[in-house]
Every structure is written in structure tokens, then in C-alpha cells.
Write a protein of this length. Structure first.
Length: 482
């Protein structure tokens, strides 16, 4: 087989693959535009894969068949050529030893005259063999005949002999057709079997997906703890179940946090409302005739209203943060001036405490000044609340490598080790005996707000505390380039 024929076969195989890929893309596009069930899509795609595999098997089988037939033809032609060379060199008559009349030979001498021929006669195959073609294979379905032809040249001395050799492939063609029909029968049986069993097979394949869907349908706010069973699930479906379970875990956590937030907020608002209602009733009964009662009630109502305002403001801050609508406004901030300002404000308020200031090292940071001031005031307020009269409250700022450290410390009651990991949780108060904001203590929101502010600046909070000796809260932020 010459290079041109091999190149032709390669182009044919590549063309079949290219057409198959294009047909697959067009078919998938058509399916995507149709509203078909997953089960029907699986059935259609499996049938398409069966047809494609049948075509590939047929193509491979045909190539192997043609290759074997060509090797056999060349072997027969080589044998005939060797016998001709031996006959010419020994001056003997040429005997081709043809088997079952499968081979046809035509030998031309150096002068172009026929030396030997059992070639096809015009009466048998008139015009059958195309002259002047390079394609070695000929097929005549009407005569049910196929053959392969090759040409050989034999040189003896100075003489060059020409041999045309044709091998009858009619019996091979019958075997080929029988084999192809067998392959078609097997593929047809596979397709019919799948179509008959497609419903049960699809149910087995889609059963894990149905279980996932059923579990998802029954999950509500009342049973968010329900999870998809991953036992027995494999591969991609197990990954899908794990992803959905992870999503449910996050939803349950967020939902429980929201419920706890609403419950805690309602509880904290209930106390000042009850106090206001109580003093309002006291005013209604006794305030008209007793100025002392009136003054006490009005003072308590104003105090509780102020506490409620602070609580609502804190809740609104947390809500804006949770909705990601709270943004920082950054600008250069002189840290020592900021800390000194907070210390002076605290000194005015904490008249029963000793306020210490220093050291104050000069530093500049990029920060939201108002937000950072709020965080420092939260630490200062906590120090005033939980430091007994006569105790000390201190403020300082210094450099630690690339960091600026702003510290608020006190000699108050301190925080236990068990509570240190929880003090930044919302509505958490380290001492369960502490009451609501109506008695001077906070609502458990301040430190969580301070942590949000510091984290938004890319900083961190460091806490050191010893029960009975005091606490130290430090904000660490990166220094700006100076």
C-alpha cells in the first residue's frame, strides 16, 4: 500500500472522528434546548453512545480487516514473483500454482507482450478493472466480487518483466459482512435490552438523587438538624450530599444565631421597658402629690430610655455589619492624640477612679477615627464598670515592630480563663450575676462591636487578665508609612 493510499485512509478516519464530535456537540445542544427529564436524557445519551461505539468498533474492525487482506495479497504476490524469478533464471516454464482460482496474474515480457495470463476476460468481467487508477481495491456489488491488485517488477539480467497480481476477496468479503452483521446484531441487542430495562436502570442510577431531593423537601425551620444520609453514596453524588449537608450546617448555624440574637435582644429590651412601665405606674398613683416620687420616677425613666437608645444603636450597628453595609472611612490618624483624647474624656467621667496616662509614643495609622474611638471607649467603659472605686484605669500607646499598640488597662476584678474565649460573643457577660444595663452594667455587645471594628481595620485584640488583679485590652494595628 503506497503512501498516498495510507494518507487517504488516515484522512478518512480523522474525518469520521471530526464529524462524530460535531454531531455530538449539535446533539447535546439540541437536548439542552429541549425540556426533557433526566431519565430520558440518560436513555438518549446512552443510545447515542452505543451507536458511536458501534461505529468506532466497525471502523477499527474494517481497518484491521483491510490491513490483513492487504498483507495476504502482498504475500501471495511475493510468492508469485519469486516463482517467476526462479523460472526465468532457470529457463523453465512458469507455473503460478494458483489456489482455488483466487489469484489472477498477467505477466508482460520486456517487449510488452503477454508472457503469461489468466487475467479476467472481457466476457467474464468486461470493464471491471479500472485502468490507470492508483486505488488497489475494486468492488462490484452486482457481481458480488471484490479484489485487491498490486504490481511487481522482476529484473533478470538486463530484462525487466512486469507482473499484475489480483487476489479475489469475494470470500473475505462474505466473512467481513457476516462479522459486521454479527456486530450489528450484538449492538442492536444491547440497545433493545437497555431500552427495555432503561426505567429500572435509570431508577437505580437516580435513586441517590431522589433520596437527596426527598430529604431536602422535608427540611424546614423546625427540623434544620435533618441531614442527607451519605452511607452507600459514592463518588460525585457523595460529594453533592456533603456539599448540601455543609450548606445546611451553615444555614442551621446562621438561623440559630439569628434566633439567639432576637431572643437576647428581646430579653435585654424587656427589662428597661418593665422598669419604665413600673415607674410610669408609680407616677400615675403617687407622683401627682409627692415631688420626691416624681423626681425619682422621671430620673429612672430617662436613665432607662438612655440605656435603651444605646442598646438599639448597638443592635443597628451589628445589623449593618451583618448586612455588610457598614463601611470604614480611612484617613491618617495620630494615635497618641487619639489615646490622649479618650483618656481625658474618661478622666472627666470616672471621678471615683485614678486615670493614668502614658507612655504615649507618636505614631500614624490609616484608620476610621470615629470607629476606632468607639472601640477604645468600649474598653474604657468596661474598665469603669468593673473597677472598684479608687482603682486605677490606664491608657498608653507604643510601637512594637510594624504594629502600633493602644492599651487600656485597669485594676478591676479581671476575667477568668474560662470566660476569656467567650467575652467577644454577642450578649455574653462573664459574670452571670451581673444584671442588665439598668444597673450600670452592659448588655454584652460592646466587646463584640470592638472586635468587629478592629478586624475591619486588619488588626487584632490582645487580652491579658488576672481575676482580682485587673485586665489589659490592647488594639494592634499596622503603622502607616511615615
Amino acid at each position: 500500500m503506497n503512501k498516498r493510499n495510507i494518507h487517504t485512509i488516515e484522512k478518512s478516519v480523522l474525518s469520521v472522528n471530526r464529524l462524530s464530535d460535531q454531531a455530538s456537540l449539535a446533539f447535546n445542544q439540541m437536548l439542552s434546548n429541549l425540556r426533557l427529564s433526566i431519565s430520558l436524557r440518560i436513555t438518549i445519551n446512552y443510545c447515542r453512545m452505543l451507536l458511536k461505539s458501534a461505529m468506532i468498533i466497525w471502523l477499527i474492525f474494517s481497518c484491521v480487516f483491510a490491513w490483513v487482506a492487504w498483507l495476504n495479497t502482498n504475500n501471495q504476490a511475493d510468492l508469485a514473483t519469486d516463482r517467476l524469478r526462479i523460472a526465468l533464471e532457470s529457463n523453465q516454464a512458469y507455473d503460478p500454482v494458483l489456489t482455488e482460482d483466487l489469484s489472477r496474474i498477467r505477466i508482460l515480457d520486456p517487449a510488452g507482450q503477454i508472457y503469461f495470463s489468466n487475467w479476467y476476460t472481457d466476457e467474464e468481467f468486461e470493464g471491471f478493472w479500472p485502468q490507470g487508477t492508483d486505488w488497489p481495491f475494486s468492488l462490484d456489488m452486482g457481481r458480488r466480487f471484490a479484489s485487491l491488485q498490486t504490481t511487481r517488477f522482476v529484473t533478470v539480467g538486463l530484462d525487466r518483466w512486469h507482473m499484475d497480481f489480483s487476489y479475489n476477496l469475494s470470500e473475505w468479503l462474505v466473512l467481513y459482512l457476516v462479522a459486521v452483521m454479527g456486530l450489528m446484531a450484538v449492538d442492536t441487542f444491547r440497545m433493545i435490552y437497555f431500552l427495555i430495562r432503561s426505567k429500572k436502570l435509570n431508577q437505580a442510577v437516580l435513586k441517590p438523587i431522589d433520596e437527596i431531593a426527598q430529604t431536602s423537601r422535608i427540611i424546614t425551620a423546625e427540623n434544620l438538624g435533618q441531614r442527607i444520609n451519605i452511607h452507600g453514596t459514592k463518588n460525585e453524588l457523595k460529594d453533592l450530599a456533603l456539599v448540601i449537608n455543609g450548606l445546611l450546617d451553615r444555614l442551621e448555624s446562621a438561623y440559630n444565631s439569628q434566633k439567639q440574637f432576637v431572643s437576647d435582644a428581646s430579653h435585654e429590651l424587656r427589662t428597661p421597658i418593665a422598669v419604665i412601665q413600673g415607674y410610669a405606674g408609680l407616677l400615675e398613683r403617687w407622683g401627682k402629690s409627692d415631688p420626691a416620687v416624681t423626681e425619682e420616677a422621671l430620673s429612672a425613666i430617662v436613665n432607662e430610655a438612655t440605656n435603651m437608645q444605646k442598646l438599639v444603636e448597638n443592635l443597628l450597628f451589628l445589623a449593618r455589619h451583618d448586612k455588610q453595609t457598614w463601611k470604614l472611612t480611612l484617613s491618617p490618624v495620630l494615635v497618641h492624640d487619639l489615646v490622649e483624647e479618650i483618656a481625658k474624656d474618661t478622666e472627666v467621667i470616672a471621678i471615683r477612679h485614678q486615670v493614668k496616662v502614658g507612655p504615649l509614643e507618636e505614631s500614624v495609622i490609616m484608620a476610621d477615627k470615629n470607629a476606632l474611638k468607639q472601640a477604645l471607649r468600649i474598653f474604657a467603659d468596661n474598665s469603669m464598670k468593673y473597677t472598684p472605686e479608687g482603682g486605677q484605669i490606664g491608657f498608653s500607646c507604643r510601637r512594637e515592630g510594624p504594629w502600633v499598640v493602644m492599651t487600656v488597662w485597669d485594676t478591676g476584678q479581671g476575667v477568668s480563663k474560662d470566660d476569656l474565649s467567650k467575652i467577644f460573643d454577642r450578649f455574653y457577660r462573664a459574670d452571670p450575676s451581673r444584671n442588665s444595663g439598668s444597673e450600670g452594667h452592659g448588655y454584652g455587645l460592646g466587646l463584640s462591636i470592638a472586635k468587629i471594628i478592629v478586624s475591619a481595620h486588619g488588626g487584632k485584640i490582645r487580652v491579658r487578665s488576672t481575676p482580682g488583679a485587673g485586665s489589659e485590652f490592647s488594639i494592634l494595628l499596622k503603622r502607616a508609612l511615615e
